[in-house]
Design a protein around this ligand. Structure first.
Ligand SMILES: CC(C)(COP(=O)(O)OP(=O)(O)OC[C@H]1O[C@@H](n2cnc3c(N)ncnc32)[C@H](O)[C@@H]1OP(=O)(O)O)[C@@H](O)C(=O)NCCC(=O)NCCS
Length: 252
């Protein structure tokens, strides 16, 4: 029982005092709604994590290993976001928004040296995304993801059919998503993949191989169907009425 308790605590914070501090702040301030809660959390959460400026953290945000979380100026964490930063950490750049119920998880019990998640500036990570950072996930600047996107930098080894898969370890090479990529709704990105700068991945695609820069790739497995630099301006999609809004204006 004590062994299990130790194991649990080791997964939640870097030390017992850190656990007590983090859980106390989350319990006292994590539930408070409205801008009052956002203001209080922006002031007191810097006692347990790195805040480079003011971040807007909604109520109901769950943090584990907060001491390994670094948030830039103007970061927004929506209700229900869960960041678990064991042990190499999560870094989120200036003006990046993480929408509700998205989970960024570095749950590194296998001591992978490259584990961690880093997201650049001006990104928008959509609702209900799951990012698993065991092999390291590096997301550049200006990356947008639709709802229900999964980025999973880990695979189970299954060579021996006579042993349970869970006993055979994992591989974790890491995932790189370069600047200015848009992942459509429900995209899944598998371990070892690099998605080149400026690419678009169509809704529902499973990305199993590298995607060259400026590709539009669709399907399962995702295959490039076009180069964005060669589209021109004559497609229906490109000529439909265009809307943009205050989010881009306040980020300037
Ligand atoms: C990838 C995407 C941007 C392509 O748009 P487009 O450049 O206008 O491409 P087109 O609609 O001309 O489609 C080109 C071909 O790819 C196919 N295609 C387009 N999107 C596809 C997708 N997600 N999966 C599979 N095939 C797709 C089309 O059927 C078409 O095939 P065809 O030539 O055999 O008819 C768009 O289809 C898409 O998936 N958008 C994501 C929407 C989304 O997730 N929004 C959430 C907001 S973040």
């Amino acid at each position: 029982m004590i062994e299990q308790m130790r194991y649990y605590l080791a997964g939640q914070a870097k030390s017992l005092p850190a656990y007590v501090l983090e859980q106390s702040l989350l319990t006292l301030f994590g539930w408070i709604p409205t801008v009052v809660g956002i203001g209080l959390r922006s002031a007191v959460y810097r006692l347990m994590m790195t805040l480079n400026g003011t971040a807007a953290i909604e109520n109901g945000v769950r943090l584990a290993y907060a001491s390994n979380i670094r948030l830039g100026r103007g970061v927004y964490l929506d209700y229900g976001v869960y960041l678990h930063a064991l042990p190499s950490g999560i870094t989120i750049g200036d003006n990046t928004f993480i929408m509700h119920h998205t989970m960024l998880h570095v749950f590194n019990f296998r001591r992978l040296p490259q584990a961690g998640i880093s997201i650049g500036r001006n990104c928008f990570i959509g609702e209900f995304n799951v990012i698993r950072g065991q092999g390291g996930v590096s997301i550049g600047n200006d990356v947008y993801t639709g709802p229900m996107v999964k980025i999973v930098a880990v695979n189970h080894v299954y060579r021996d059919p006579d042993r349970p898969i869970r006993e055979q370890g994992v591989t974790a090479q890491g995932i790189v998503i370069e600047d200015d990529v848009w992942l459509g709704a429900g995209v899944t990105v598998l371990d070892g993949v690099t998605i080149g700068r400026g690419s678009i991945i169509g809704a529902g695609a499973v990305v199993t191989h590298n995607v060259p820069p400026y590709s539009i790739a669709v399907g399962t497995p995702a295959k490039p169907i076009r180069d964005r630099r060669e589209i021109g301006h004559n497609s229906y999609y490109q000529n439909a009425e265009v809307f943009w809004g205050t989010l881009e204006e306040i980020r300037k």
